[in-house]
Design a protein around this ligand. Structure first.
Ligand code: FMN
Length: 182
């Protein structure tokens, strides 16, 4: 008996097309980008606005972005997200208390549900943001989140280049989500 090409696939045509439809539907569903940023000053607000502006770039389609202050963000917001951008000032060589409070509240509830969650971060410091970066690295390492962009440390006098870099970060994250790179 001769065999025809395709004999190995016993999936009925109607099931296959329903699978394709559901795959196409899920490809069409908007992806979710969450920005959790503490913005106590004009400069931190300007940087965060730039990140959000970048995420809303007209060339990027199908990504819904939410900006939530760390004190107002919790497990629900994190579980909504397909990727997160964290923003904080450097305070006393550490992340801001507000961002730390966010992590304190979401750590246990999210630990088993958000492994490999893609994230990026930007930190505003006057002279040195490395301590803040280390403090965040420890927590997100514990959560097993996945860093998908270089940390953006905005140190010294604020410049238009800093603002542009934040805008680019937002756009890169949104574009990565749209392209399903992560
Ligand atoms: C209590 C406090 C602690 C700070 N600690 C640091 C620090 O450790 N490293 C640093 O580079 N900047 C530090 N700064 C500066 C802030 O990071 C900076 O003021 C904040 O990011 C807002 O930026 P802006 O002043 O340009 O608006 C500190 C500021 C405050 C109020």
């Amino acid at each position: 008996m001769t065999s025809k090409a395709g004999d190995g696939d016993r999936t009925p045509d109607h099931t296959r097309s329903s699978q394709s439809r559901s795959m196409l539907r899920s490809m069409a569903e908007p992806r979710h980008l969450l920005i959790v940023a503490h913005t106590p000053t004009d400069n931190t607000r300007a940087l965060t606005a730039a990140v959000r502006r970048g995420a809303a770039h007209p060339d990027v389609d199908g990504v819904t972005t939410r900006l939530v202050a760390p004190l107002a963000a919790g497990e629900t917001e994190v579980l909504w997200a397909d990727a997160i951008i964290l923003g904080t000032p450097a305070n006393f060589g550490y992340m801001s208390g507000a961002l730390k409070d966010f992590f304190d509240r979401i750590y246990d509830p999210c630990l088993d549900k958000t492994a490999r969650l893609p994230y990026a971060l930007f930190i505003r410091g006057k002279t040195d943001a490395t301590g803040a970066l280390t403090s965040i690295d420890k927590v997100v390492g514990g959560l097993n989140w996945r860093r998908v962009a270089e940390p953006l440390l905005v140190v010294g006098e604020l410049t238009t280049q800093h603002v542009a870099a934040c805008e680019e970060l937002g756009m890169t994250m949104a574009a990565g989500l749209e392209a399903r790179i992560f």
